[in-house]
Design a protein around this ligand. Sequence first.
Ligand code: HEM
Length: 176
Amino acid sequence: MSTPEQSFGFGQPATAEEIAGWDIDIAADGAGLPPGSGTVAQGKELYDRLGAKCHGAKGEGGEGGPPLVGGIGSLNTDAPLKTVGSYWPHAPVLYDYIHRAMPADKPQSLTPDEVYALCAYLLYLNGIVPEDAVMDATSLPQVVMPNHAGFTSPDPRPDVFNTVAGAAAPVATPTS
Ligand code: HEM
């Protein structure tokens, strides 16, 4: 592995601005959420204009994108419907996803106010926040998602590493 001092004669160190452009993750507890805010009404206007063509008029899904609304309580039934409302455990992650990936035809084109507004509207359509909700860096992490308890941490499954029945210790993965 090369050290910072080593150079292969091409490329240049990334600038702080370039690194900041990649440093856009939002943690499940809301760490990293930027200043800004948005209402349900503002989100509706944006969604109707930018999202409905792919996700359907009310987030029910469409040819271009999956359903975003509905299915709450359906996960342990014969017809589980995984949506933002029924499946996502942490509301701040909705900000992270919409900001980095949506609209799929213009990712990362939305301002923080617009992303908060879209979060507010999608949470409202799922019946998770009221119509007068305002989402920002304080209120979004306080939203309790219906499936917030659906994910266990740490992973309860036993840690297996290439164990072979009867073998005394894990068998190392053969390198080529
Ligand atoms: C305001 C605009 C939009 C919003 C708020 C939005 C929101 C979302 C969200 C929250 C998801 C994740 C769904 C999930 O995994 O449960 C998603 C996925 C997706 N969206 Fe959008 N979307 C928008 C616009 C669009 C547009 C315009 C398109 C089509 C050009 C699109 C296509 C998709 C596709 C294909 C996925 C699935 C991606 C995958 O599974 O990797 N979206 N969108």
